[in-house]
Design a protein around this ligand. Structure first.
Ligand code: 6A9
Length: 691
């Protein structure tokens, strides 16, 4: 018996508030035996005046509104466009066969359309605007012209009326074989039938939400449950299917080579099914974020999670490298400044997907021990395994340090004069302070702990797929060896786990005046000044990085180090706040410091949900192990959990958003990008005590 299949039941709804209007789109998928690949689907678009709750504010008189719906064939095949209420457009596509798109609008509304021939599909809104502008100029009406260009591969329909207003769009495929039944299928997916189906799905979602997360027994009340629902549905709603080619910076050793064509390499055209951290600000996949997303997604739908993980591992190149940020296709690229587009083959990003894979593997083992081995999962692991080995090997060869069993994030900029502390974007902790002077003497604690997780996961998977596991068992033993960890990363003087490298605390940004050689004018520039030469030694910044031995389960509970780590993180001058654990101790010289004139502190103080989740996970674990620490762990667990929930729930109800981070002072206000429903959605797992 496998996990339940939900993919044939997909439905989703979202509400967008825009200029006092509530626009609701409800999507529903339906697999009819007669439909082509992927099934039929329907969308209901409804718009209503948003009621104002504040007293004294009146509901404005209902306005005339226009809604637009587009369809485009990206392969460029032309569409048959008929306009009107009924079959709106039709065509054929390799994947789905013949298809028809029907629009059903109310009698009180009117519809108009346009068909265009276009090469690109990332600028469609602009094209429609141009058509409307022309109509306004020449016809005095903001209405599509009811005309189609020759071989149009793009069609837009405009539905106009007075709010409240709604229309249904139904897509049916496989119609070349089943022409007669198409209208029956459309009827089944529109009007009252669609209403009924959508209501059923909403009820199913709620039931399943309750039986999966049990929030009713875990949190105070509906205010909290509502945030859990928002977290889950927005993370799921952010899952998208992307297609395109990443742009790769040409590695220095190939700069003069024959294979060079322009100043970038293109990765192969690839598909990626992934969740995204923020639909409005970063609507694209990020490697380590996905490891956290899948902790939640896999609890909701194991099959879907495996599909997403599989897509990511199909992006692995021959060296075992996966690009960190996935900017696939013109539309995705149009959201990213050029300077940030190129991916560097020497740069890593935490192998956080191992967390999700490790969980799946543990679930598999448990089911197997109960006599219910999941064959689908086993096949999945078997296909995944060689890719994981290659990934591990890439890290284990390209990211190693000078000392045996040490690692560092390669690719920091040692030349920059602009940054107070050169960033380490590859670590995911961006501006978290590291050695002031990047060199190959560096040892990065977090990376070494990630490697321990990776080796342990591989050892586990090897035994599941019956592959030789000796190497991974041995590597895991080495990476979890406390003496070795302590030798490389433990500062006995302060009792803290730290990075090691060429470092000085005495650096500052200074404003300098200079004469611009080109213009002859006086200019100012902010530059880093080193006031005392760096020395090799511990890098004394205590914060999230220092927690990694605890987070990855590397500290035996009976070690003297364990108790001390608990004391350190609970100290309010270090990380403890009533909004969760802050990223950097207030005692760090770089606490809340700008990194350049314009780069505000990011991982230098604010509270981030992903690391807080890992801390809770570690505390949950140690609170369940009988022994001297269990009561301390469970007390710390409850307090930290309560702080995080209280603040996120409060900020959600106040602002309407989940946020990228939360202020570690200033009342814990939301900070950074919003809506951010990537790893912040882990608040749901925190509410449901699921680790
Ligand atoms: C580039 C900026 C005008 C930063 O959530 C995604 C990532 C995390 O992986 C990472 O750990 N975020 C964190 O430190 C957001 C990255 C956004 C990149 C945007 C363009 C220019 O915008």
């Amino acid at each position: 018996m496998g996990p339940p299949r939900w993919s044939h039941l997909w439905a989703s709804a979202q509400e967008i508030i825009d200029q006092g209007l509530a626009i609701t789109t409800s999507f529903m998928k339906h697999e009819d035996p007669k439909s082509g690949y992927g099934g039929d689907w329907a969308v209901r678009v409804a718009v209503a005046e948003k009621k104002r709750h504040k007293e004294g504010e009146q509901i404005k008189t209902p306005r005339q509104v226009s809604l637009f719906f587009y369809i485009a064939d990206e392969a460029g095949s032309s569409l048959k466009i008929s306009g009107g209420n009924g079959k709106f457009a039709a065509g054929t596509a390799n994947e789905v066969g013949g298809w028809e798109l029907h629009v059903k609008n109310q009698e009180t509304s009117s519809a108009s359309f346009v068909g265009l021939r276009c090469k690109h599909t990332h600028n469609l809104t602009q094209l429609v605007w141009q058509v409307l502008e022309k109509q306004a100029r020449t016809q005095g009406r903001i209405e599509l012209p009811n005309a189609a260009e020759k071989s149009s591969n793009f069609a837009a329909i405009q539905v106009t009326g007075v709010a409240p207003l709604s229309f249904d769009v139904v897509f049916v495929s496989g119609t070349e074989k089943h022409t007669v039944e198409a209208s029956e299928r459309v009827k089944n997916l529109s009007g009252v039938n669609l209403t009924k189906r959508l209501t059923e799905r909403e009820e199913m979602f709620e039931k399943r939400f309750q039986s999966t997360f049990h929030l009713q027994d875990k949190v105070k009340g509906e205010r909290e449950v509502e945030v859990g629902r928002v977290a889950l549905s927005n993370l799921l709603g952010s899952i998208g299917y992307f297609y395109g080619q990443s742009l790769i910076a040409i590695p220095p050793e190939y700069q003069d080579s024959e294979t060079k064509d322009g100043d970038v390499w293109k990765y192969w055209p690839a598909a990626l099914y992934t969740a995204v951290p923020s639909r409005s600000f970063f609507p694209r996949g990020f490697l380590w974020d996905e490891g956290f997303h899948q902790l939640l997604v896999s609890r909701w739908d194991r099959k879907m999670s495996k599909e997403i993980i599989a897509h990511w591992f199909d992006l692995l190149n021959i060296d075992g490298w996966i690009p960190r940020e996935q900017i696939l296709g013109d539309e995705a690229r149009s959201k990213v400044p050029d300077a940030f587009v190129k991916q560097h083959t020497s740069n890593a990003n935490p192998p956080a997907l191992f967390m999700a894979i490790h969980k799946l593997a543990t679930a598999f083992e448990i089911e197997k021990s109960l006599g219910l081995p999941n064959e689908e999962d086993r096949v999945f692991f078997e296909r995944l395994y060689p890719r994981l080995e290659a990934w591990f090997r890439w890290f284990n060869t390209s990211q190693t340090g000078k000392e045996t069993s040490s690692y560092y994030w390669h690719g920091r900029n040692a030349q920059t004069k602009r940054e107070l502390n050169p960033t380490t974007l590859m670590s995911g902790l961006d501006d978290y302070p590291r050695a002031s002077h990047p060199t190959d003497d560096e040892r990065h604690l977090d990376l070494r702990c990630w490697m321990a997780l990776a080796a342990q996961s591989l050892a586990k998977l090897a035994s599941i797929v019956d592959a030789p596991n000796e190497v991974y068992v041995a590597t895991a033993a080495q990476l979890t060896d406390l003496d070795l960890l302590n030798k490389l990363h433990y500062d006995a003087g302060s009792g803290r786990y730290l990075d090691y490298g060429l470092h000085t605390e005495k650096v500052e940004l200074q404003r300098k005046n200079f004469v611009d050689p080109q213009t002859g004018f006086m200019q100012t520039e902010v530059e880093r000044v080193v006031l005392k030469p760096p020395e090799l030694g511990w890098v004394p910044h205590y914060g999230y990085n220092s927690l990694f031995p605890l987070l990855m389960g590397l500290l035996p509970l009976d070690s003297p180090m364990f108790a001390n780590q608990m004391e350190l993180l609970r100290n309010e001058t270090n990380l403890w706040t009533t909004f969760g654990l802050r990223s950097l101790a207030t005692t760090s010289s770089l606490y809340m410091k700008h990194n350049t004139e314009h780069d505000a502190p990011y991982w230098r103080g604010p509270v981030w949900m992903n690391i807080n989740y890992l801390v809770l996970s570690a505390l949950d674990h140690c609170s369940k192990v009988d022994g001297q620490h269990s009561s301390k762990c469970s007390e710390t667990y409850s307090q930290l959990r309560a702080h995080l929930i209280r603040n996120v729930v409060k900020r959600y109800h106040e602002s309407g958003y989940l946020w990228e981070q939360y202020d570690n002072a200033n009342k814990g206000k939301g900070k950074g990008s919003h809506p951010f429903t990537g790893w912040t959605s882990l608040i749901l797992l925190i509410m449901s005590d699921s680790y």
